[in-house]
Write a protein that binds this ligand. Sequence first.
Ligand SMILES: *[C@@H]1O[C@H](CO)[C@@H](O)[C@H](O)[C@H]1NC(C)=O
Ligand SMILES: *[C@@H]1O[C@H](CO)[C@@H](O)[C@H](O)[C@H]1NC(C)=O
Ligand SMILES: *[C@@H]1O[C@H](CO)[C@@H](O)[C@H](O)[C@H]1NC(C)=O
Ligand SMILES: *[C@@H]1O[C@H](CO)[C@@H](O)[C@H](O)[C@H]1NC(C)=O
Ligand SMILES: *[C@@H]1O[C@H](CO)[C@@H](O)[C@H](O)[C@H]1NC(C)=O
Ligand SMILES: *[C@@H]1O[C@H](CO)[C@@H](O)[C@H](O)[C@H]1NC(C)=O
Length: 626
Amino acid sequence: MLGNRSPRDWLASLPDSRICSLRWQSILRYAAVAFVVSITLSGIFLFRRPEGFLRQSGSHYFEYFWNQTSDHPIDQLISDAHTYHENLLKDRSFDLPTAAARYRERRDRHPPPGFDAWFKYATEHDAIIVESFFDRIYADIAPFWGLDPRTTAERAASWDYVVRVRNGVANGTGDTTGKVPWLQLWTGLVNEAAPWLPDVDMPINYMDESRVIVPWEDVTSLLEKERESRSVKSTEEVVTEYSGLAPIDADIAAKGDTVEPYKPKWWGGNYWNLTQVACSPESPSRDATPIENIEQLPEFPDHWDPEFAYKGYVRNLTAAMDPCTQPHLRGLHGTFIEPLTMATSKEIIPLFGGCKLAVNNEILIPGAMYLTDDPFYSGGDTHGPPWKQKIDGVVWRGVASGGRNKKENWAHFQRHRLIEMLNGTTVSGMEENNSRAMTFEMPPVEKYDFPRRREGTIGAWLEEHSNAGFVNLLCFPGDSDCDYVRPYLSQVESVPMMEQYKYKFIPDADGNSFSARFRGLLLSTSLPIKATVYAEWHDARLVPWLHFAPMDNTFQDLYAILDYFTRDKKGDKSAQFIAEEGQSWGSKVLRREDMLLYVWRLLLEFARVCDEKRDMLGYIDDLRTA
Ligand SMILES: *[C@@H]1O[C@H](CO)[C@@H](O)[C@H](O)[C@H]1NC(C)=O
Ligand SMILES: *[C@@H]1O[C@H](CO)[C@@H](O)[C@H](O)[C@H]1NC(C)=O
Ligand SMILES: *[C@@H]1O[C@H](CO)[C@@H](O)[C@H](O)[C@H]1NC(C)=O
Ligand SMILES: *[C@@H]1O[C@H](CO)[C@@H](O)[C@H](O)[C@H]1NC(C)=O
Ligand SMILES: *[C@@H]1O[C@H](CO)[C@@H](O)[C@H](O)[C@H]1NC(C)=O
Ligand SMILES: *[C@@H]1O[C@H](CO)[C@@H](O)[C@H](O)[C@H]1NC(C)=O
């Protein structure tokens, strides 16, 4: 197809529209994804090429070239993200012995029994297996190595909502009448792996909010025990069969109806208080008391240059989620202001859920919403029109969730802030009067310096390019008629996800907990701009600035990010590139099969940590035959 010409020459000979239409032809899709990427990139990165940015991808060499000098920090971040991801993929395992060896190297233990069936399924379903994609599992399970296995197993078995696996069948137990069908969705997923799973119980959290926060000192001591227990045993010592849960089942059967779920003491009150004690003694949040007067408008950190950001832009989203390093989050996120429901345990209990804060001790599984086909979350089968046909603008629709917003506290909620920030009328007024809004201050021009900011035309730009609003203000009390927010926010018509995908940019902010539309956004051809304090199962497999654009939880970088992507042709191409990379990568690693493999691996580990013989349990067939 190329003849003797280099991809670059070939690209140069094409009119722009042709590149775009070619991008969408299925012939090319199969012609090698890396090749298409190189073509797209050649067009995108018409700016200076950072040192050593020549990479090999699969069997294809491709080159990025930066002719025009540009020193926007986001250029560097995109380039770094690409390099990071390429390096990550070098650790992909294609066969069982390699996967097992990488496991031992990274985890300092043998893989759990059943690892072979797990890997076989992965191979048969073309799953991309990189050991570090599963790091989350090990961080979540680690404290339970510090707990007696029987204790963990009993607590898991007695919870109100449990996915139970016995003899290769999963059964969801618990009364879900009148509740969302999460138990059913999770049971359905686990059932696909159940034939290969040992007996295991997966107790699940039925609240939106995460609810286990163990104080830092206690977690530290549990983690120390885990570290001591870690070792790769000699093959003679290894036990390859799980003990099973018969003793626990017999115990429960003997107690009959008198069996009580294990319930720790539940804490309510102020969530920030509980968060603080889970932060290390050196962290700035440890001694930061809750906001005294919540009626005061939220404050933003001054001269703030955190390690997780590069020149004002988030580089490491995981680190950017941590409330311990960001005391200002106590005043800028509904979770720390007034969660809708709150019953928090300071004691470690096994509880599985779709998201958690950096300070929580839940065990993460893919959010149940990711398992539905409900187009409300996913937009259904449509992923939006090609980039060139998209509306040059920002869209957001949703409800004013995030916690209980009331007259005295609403200005501290993240979604309210996002909507006010995207309101052209509001922003024009601020620019005119050099004033602040209820929920935010204008980002400092010394930090985010660009023409629209200097000239005071962000508001005008938003008026033309932004379509954002709440479809329900969720005021409290319900009969307040929302008097307190009406001057600043109004309720607008909803826009289905598939219509939203017609816009180029879709910001994504937390609600009461994580935003369940993120997977849909990634799989769309639009560019998600994501801020969150909630960790999810997939974090290690997604790379910010390659698969989506990350945003700080203050949103102070929002305008500068939008400016970068809309200021010129290069910005637009970069946005298109990230949107399409996110979609193509997401369709490889965020599939139902990938969620199944994650949960499957997790349950092998959880069954092991609940097993009396856990220190000896392992998969070693690869070593025996070697
Ligand atoms: C970039 O460099 C190549 C070769 O060095 C040149 O052919 C091309 O015209 C340059 N493009 C721009 C936009 O300057
Ligand atoms: C699932 O559990 C329920 C009790 O909650 C029980 O009645 C039912 O028989 C179980 N189903 C299977 C297939 O074990
Ligand atoms: C927690 O926060 C409240 C303010 O919301 C404060 O009155 C209380 O003393 C704090 N400390 C504890 C230990 O509850
Ligand atoms: C991001 O930050 C987390 C938490 O601080 C750290 O563990 C991780 O290694 C960092 N990731 C990268 C890619 O630097
Ligand atoms: C800005 O000032 C004008 C005139 O003083 C006033 O009418 C308008 O309401 C102000 N806007 C905001 C957002 O404060
Ligand atoms: C935008 O802000 C104005 C006040 O500046 C407010 O009246 C309007 O309701 C807001 N729009 C939305 C969609 O919230």
